[in-house]
Design a protein around this ligand. Structure first.
Ligand code: PLP
Length: 223
């Protein structure tokens, strides 16, 4: 059973302006509907097939966020309906999303995922790769550059996590100034999950992505 109190307490802990994405990966339609009825309209998924299926079966009002590693051959499965792709982690992926968007006459909302943790397993662009993309951002006319995303290290060391979020906020501020000073669209920082969302919110997150605190622990531990 999903407890409304869990959602209310997360909402209470979030400063105004920090938006909640309920991460529903591996969770069945019925449980998502339960959360939807508590007033949540933003859901996050990390596998294209699963997202595509849920998009078809759940209400049109839902904003679907894609938060996982996206292979270029899977872009087609989600591009028509996705609200925001949080996890653009390579120049190649960005170019392919742009190409598919041009074919469909769409503009696709994207965040560039930055590698901020000290774990090899996490995805993301380095600062140098980010700059390389932004120096040539006119190559991607059908991409709406909405901001940056990052995942902190999985650790109990809160100072370390806070430092990683601070770094992402600093990087956001500097690219905002250099590349998007006149572009109000570039305004989002997606950081913070069940274990670290309060730290992320304190450090300037605008989207927190929360799964297990809402839905309970996932049986599958794969991200
Ligand atoms: C699974 C996942 C989350 C949510 O994780 P929880 O710890 O369950 O809140 C957030 N972001 C990404 C990218 C994820 O893959």
């Amino acid at each position: 059973m999903i407890l409304k109190e869990n959602i209310d307490s997360i909402r209470k802990n979030l400063p105004p302006g920090v938006k909640l994405v309920a991460v529903s990966k591996f969770k069945p339609i019925e449980e998502i509907m339960e959360v939807y009825k508590f007033g949540i309209k933003d859901f996050g998924e990390n596998r294209p097939q699963e997202l595509s299926k849920k998009m078809n079966e759940l209400p049109d009002e839902i904003n679907w966020h894609f938060i996982g590693h996206l292979q270029t051959n899977k872009i087609k499965m989600i591009i028509d309906r996705v609200y925001l792709i949080h996890s653009v982690d390579s120049q190649k992926l960005l170019a392919e999303i742009n190409k598919e968007a041009i074919k469909r006459d769409l503009r696709v909302n994207c965040l560039l995922q930055i590698y901020i943790a000290s774990e090899e397993t996490k995805q993301g662009l380095s600062e140098a790769e980010l700059i390389e993309i932004l120096d040539m951002k006119s190559l991607y006319p059908n991409i709406n550059f909405k901001g940056l995303m990052g995942m902190a290290s999985f650790t109990d060391n809160q100072d370390k996590v806070r430092g990683e979020f601070k770094y992402l906020r600093g990087l956001f501020n500097s690219v905002k100034q250099s590349y998007f000073a006149d572009d109000s669209m570039f305004s989002e920082i997606s950081m913070g999950m069940s274990g670290d969302y309060q730290i992320a919110a304190e450090e300037g997150s605008t989207f927190v992505r929360i799964g297990s605190l809402i839905f309970g622990e996932r049986e599958a531990t794969i991200q």
